[in-house]
Ligand binder design. Sequence first.
Ligand code: NOJ
Length: 734
Amino acid sequence: MSIEAKSPQARIESLLACMTVEEKVGQLGMFADMVRPFAPDVNPDANVRNAAEVLEQVRAGRVGALFNGVGAALGREIQRVAVEESRLGIPVLLAADVIHGMRTVFPIPLGEAASFEPDLARRTARATAIEATAAGLHWTFAPAVDVARDQRWGRGAEGAGEDVFLGCAFAAARVRGFQGDDLRAHDSLLATPKHFAAYGAVAAGMDYNYVEISDGTLRDVHLAPFKAAFDAGALTVMTAFNDINGVPASANRMLLTDVLRGQWRFPGLVVSDYTADMELVAHGYAADDRDATLRAFSAGMDMSMQSGFYAAHLPALVASGEVPMAALDEAVRRVLWVKEAIGLLDDPYRSLDPVREADASLPAAHEALAREAAQRSIVLLRNEGELLPLRRDARIALVGPFARDRDNIEGCWTLFGDKSRYVTLEAGLRAALADGAALEVVDGCALEAPLAGGIEAAVAAARGADVVLLAVGEPQRYSGEAQSRTRIVLPPAQQALAEAVAATGTPVVVLLRNGRALALEGAVRDAPAILVTWFLGSQTGHAVADVVFGGCSPSGRLPVSFPHDSGQQPLFYNHPRTGRPETPEMSEFKARWREYPNAALYPFGHGLGYGRIEYGATRVDAAELAWDGRLVVRAQVSNTGARAAEEVVQLYLHDRVGSRVRPVRELKGFHKIALQPGQTREVAFELDRGLLAFTRADGSHDAEPGLFDVWIAPSSAAGEPAQFRLLAPPHQPA
Ligand code: NOJ
């Protein structure tokens, strides 16, 4: 049957009217295509589909979407079977985890958040969409918008860090980038904010663990970036694996129906995470597979990923009346509506163009952007004696297991990167040096183990050099899904290497590779210069060389706080106030650890450039902000150094008294500005009540009148605040 040209609604309704229950349920099933799933324990044999089976299922109208198989030719064949050989001819959505690049790999999202440039994330997401749609995809499972306040959790690498305001800005930018201006364009890629919700709040930072959370924190911290993503146009959302206060997110009616549909009027499609409906049984929230299906579907999950539970149990649940036909129709409508919205019902072969796929100029055109994004994601933590930038004629020893490594460049969740184009540290540094041979390169140790003679060779190289570039950090597989850590430190073999190299007395610049904030120790912590280089993607070596030799000034700022010690986790700057703060006036009965200060070693927002930046006082244009008024806050920012730099000027607020205990500070604005040597610029932020709003004790969302502190500062731990008072609405006493 052909899909006639009618209005979108009429077309969807006429399709729906012709569908059997099995065909309807088919639209709600998503399976990994063509690739034998890699982990048998979470992929019962019954759910494994080989190529022939997938096509058979498509032909039978039993598949709404497929994921993680790519290629225009494969996609065309699937679509041909769907359109020409299935009874209703409904095309299949082709999805994949394309998280931070396709062939060209951009920095891990956490690293890119360090740029404090949402528009950079929009541009890299756009480039990613162009490459992904050229490989035949319609839909990506990104962005991850989980707020990660505990650095033990490995999936913080996929998001934008510990802050809500920054997280919202990046969530929106990434959605805009993936989807572009026109959803029907062949290079528009559907975005999926995930994991709904509070996945970043898993207890003890252990992936898949439980979440106990207040309603206020859930709403103000963890739900906010999803709302920002929907406001930016996201049409799909993925549920989380964790439970929230005892109810699994994937069967959570409060989240999937009351908040999403009721409060936010989200019209789009809710897809489960991988077998999350099946896992309701392991959670002990469902008695058996049928019960799990009923609970997930009834809570508001439209599409089931990989378990096959909907196909197996929904028809019987509809027949028994436990699932009303109207509810099934509504879920199918949403799937068809998304297909309609991206133009798939008009052009089933959308984004399936082998010529475009073979066009090597597409990824090649993104190399400059990958280099720029990587440069701008690097954070300079420390630069004693202005050791950086290095002179190009210095004798340099590049030491460490990441020096020539090609396997730890891309970072977690990169399934399709073109490894042949990855630039190692060694290659990037050699390319930047007139005489690349003047660079001595020594591994010193393996990622997690000593190498015979490694330390001796590293020490000899350090002794013969003016400066050591020490490339140490976490192996790539320490971050990402299921990669939780208790001690967020370097592997011991690397720490031993660092100690030996530092003992030579040759100045050390640490090039840290990491997918989370780390607790730096010993010679790494005490090195005179430290660059946080995350996992920077394809252009790693060139971008690091650009910063090391001063081709550009580092302009990244920490999106996560670096602790003194792992035991401080969860450590995040915007924590609620305690009744016994760690102030000098307090006796020993105060909130404190015996071993370490409460503060971070390097706080959220921290980062240096090659200029010397000074801030003038924060000034408010008026002492009072009317309930519906606006207030401008300003400060002068100067570069008194000898080099050009970029500064991330940050606005923080603190509500002195609240009906719920308020955070000590909260980011509410930022501007990245360029400053020439000797230049001063005034930076202004406009405030209104919306920025002061939170979930109040009575559950309503608004500001509360009273006194506020406001900082314009270079980090979450710097600066002196000014004050203003938010006046009560005219009809209400203060
Ligand atoms: C599980 C992960 O939690 C999710 O982020 C990913 O999109 C799916 N698997 C699909 O691969």
